[in-house]
Design a protein around this ligand. Structure first.
Ligand code: SF4
Ligand code: SF4
Ligand code: SF4
Length: 252
């Protein structure tokens, strides 16, 4: 069983209890409640027209690019669905930040011993049989937690039962190969600022396909560069010979 969180934007009342519960559970410092940062692992903002309250947090991708980009294995996807970070292994290269399609990982720029910061899916709480703090605190049932397959079924059930209330799209079911945070909405996700052009194939697999092609491209590029170099050198050589021959001719 792999866990997931279903966030139903139509049920969210924008109270911010999820953010406050996350701050308390992770002992986070003062910070801006409007954007993800080292001090905020989840935020809720009013976005779009008509406005909707939209949570942001790590999407806990099924095949995460942060995991595949990390050279030292500081990120890993766990059996509980959480993508967790090990600061002991991290070398601060920040490839995870570049790789994440949702711009989630944040770096402690001002720290002398900087770490990456993001939502852990409350991995330690969930490992003890508890709910993530944000889910436990949600008074509206807008954020729920459970088995990913069951939540996907539940999401489609809500869409089918209330066709006028939702767009027919469970965000995260297929995006970037699937995520463990899923969303339902009344308006198209692109209008709420969600990346709406992500591939449905896991991004690490796409990267691998491209990397596998690189040797071919590298050989073609090398041959091309060698060809250009050979033609240039040959032309210079011919010009030098012609120049020498014309000088010799003049001396005669
Ligand atoms: S959203 Fe970004 S940081 Fe979170 S699991 Fe996916 S790739 Fe990693
Ligand atoms: S799952 Fe835990 S760490 Fe992640 S946003 Fe919710 S409370 Fe914060
Ligand atoms: S606690 Fe629930 S209802 Fe309140 S902002 Fe968070 S997700 Fe929305």
């Amino acid at each position: 069983m792999s866990n997931a969180m279903l966030i139903d934007i139509t049920r969210c009342v924008g109270c911010g209890e999820c953010t406050r519960a996350c701050i308390a559970a992770n002992d986070l410092p003062e910070g801006d409640d409007t954007q993800l940062s080292c001090a905020r692992y989840t935020v809720v903002n009013e976005v779009g027209n008509p406005q909707a309250s939209v949570r942001q947090l790590c999407m806990h991708c099924v095949e995460p690019t942060c995991v595949s980009a990390c050279l030292v294995g500081a990120f890993r996807k766990t059996a509980t669905g959480a993508v967790v970070y090990d600061e002991e292994k991290c070398i601060g290269c920040r490839y995870c930040m570049q790789a994440c399609p949702f711009s989630v990982p944040k770096y402690e720029w001002s720290s002398l011993a900087p770490r990456i910061k993001k939502c852990s899916f409350c991995h330690s709480r969930v490992s003890q049989g508890k709910l993530p703090a944000c889910v436990e605190a949600c008074p509206a049932g807008a954020s729920v937690f459970g088995d990913r397959n069951e939540l996907i079924r539940e999401a489609h059930h809500r869409i089918n039962e209330n066709p006028g209330e939702y767009v027919d799209h469970v965000y995260g079911e297929h995006e970037a190969g699937g995520t463990s945070v899923l969303f339902l909405s009344a308006v198209p996700f692109g209008l709420l600022g969600f990346p709406d052009n992500l591939p449905t194939e896991p991004i690490p697999r796409l990267s691998w396909k491209i990397l596998k092609e690189i040797p071919k491209y590298a050989v073609v590029s090398s041959l091309l560069l060698f060809g250009i170099h050979w033609i240039t050198a040959r032309r210079a050589y011919v010009e030098k010979i012609e120049h020498r021959d014309s000088e010799t001719e003049e001396l005669r």
